[in-house]
Design a protein around this ligand. Structure first.
Ligand code: MG
Length: 251
C-alpha cells in the first residue's frame, strides 16, 4: 500500500533527510586513505546522534552498523569493519539512514578517495547523473517505469550495467514502504506518480556485468565479476509541480 504524505509529514521526512544527507556531506570532508570503515561508521554514528536522530539502519533487520559502507566491487550493504582499510584509489559507497520525529531519511553517495582510475571516476559521475535523471522523471503524472527507464538508459548508453536485484523504495514512517522503485524499466509503465508520494531513488550501477552475489556475512552484496559498483541515493517527494529533493544538499 502506498502511503501518501501530507505537508506536515513531508516536513518531518525532510528533517530526517537533512541529517541523513548532512552526514554524507560531513563524510566527504572526513573520508581519507588509511581510515577503516569501522572508524568511518563511528564518525557517521556520532554525527547522527549529535543531531538528535537515531541511525536508521543500526539494528534494522539485524544490520550491525550505523551506515552501509561498500568498497570498490561491493555494491551495497557493506558492514563497517576494523579490517577494511580505505586506500587511495578506492571508491567507497556510503548509505546512511537517520530516524527522527517518526520518519526515516535515506541517502547515499559514492566517494572517490585519492586518485581513482578513469573508469572509477566515470562510473561515479554517470551513476550520479543517473540519479539526477531518475529524480527529474519523478513528476506527477509520470509512472514508476519512467524513473527506471531514465536511469537504465543513461547507465547503458555509457557502457555500464544496472543491478536488478535491489531497488529504490517508498519511504516515510517505515524505511521501506511501497512502491518498489527499480532502476530499470519501461517508460509509461507501473504505478502512477501523484503528489505526496515519497520515495528513495537509488541507482546501483556496475562497471561490468550486472550480476551480484551476497557474501557469507549474509549482508555485503558484491559484483560477481569483480567490477566496480557505485550507488547514489536521494529521498524525494513528488510535489504538485515536480520532484522535491528532501535535503539541504544539492546534487
Ligand atoms: Mg534506500
Amino acid at each position: 500500500m502506498i502511503i501518501i504524505k501530507n505537508a506536515d509529514e513531508i516536513k518531518s521526512l525532510k528533517n530526517a533527510c537533512i541529517i541523513s544527507a548532512g552526514v554524507l556531506n560531513y563524510v566527504g570532508e572526513q573520508i581519507c586513505a588509511g581510515m577503516t570503515t569501522y572508524e568511518l561508521d563511528k564518525i557517521i554514528h556520532d554525527y547522527i546522534i549529535a543531531h538528535g536522530a537515531k541511525p536508521g539502519f543500526l539494528g534494522m533487520y539485524g544490520f550491525p552498523g550505523s551506515a552501509c559502507i561498500s568498497v570498490n566491487d561491493e555494491v551495497i550493504h557493506g558492514i563497517p569493519s576494523k579490517k577494511v582499510i580505505i586506500r587511495s584509489g578506492d571508491i567507497v559507497s556510503v548509505d546512511t539512514g537517520a530516524f527522527i520525529g517518526g520518519f526515516h531519511g535515506d541517502n547515499a553517495f559514492t566517494y572517490q578517495v585519492g586518485k581513482v582510475s578513469p573508469v572509477a571516476e566515470k562510473l561515479c559521475r554517470v551513476t550520479n547523473e543517473c540519479l539526477a535523471l531518475g529524480i527529474a522523471a519523478a513528476r506527477p503524472g509520470n509512472r514508476i517505469g519512467d524513473i527506471g527507464y531514465a536511469v537504465q538508459k543513461h547507465a547503458e548508453e555509457n557502457g555500464f550495467s544496472v543491478v536488478r536485484e535491489y531497488v529504490g523504495h517508498g519511504i516515510g514512517r517505515d524505511l521501506h514502504e511501497d512502491p518498489e522503485v527499480p532502476n530499470f524499466g519501461r517508460a509509461g509503465r507501473g504505478v502512477r506518480l501523484v503528489p505526496g508520494m515519497t520515495i528513495a531513488i537509488e541507482p546501483m550501477i556496475t562497471e561490468g556485468s550486472c550480476e551480484v552475489k551476497v557474501m557469507s556475512n549474509e549482508w555485503t552484496v558484491k559484483t560477481v565479476d569483480g567490477g566496480l559498483a557505485a550507488h547514489f541515493e536521494r529521498t524525494i517527494a513528488i510535489g504538485a509541480n515536480g520532484p522535491e529533493i528532501l535535503t539541504n544538499w544539492d546534487l
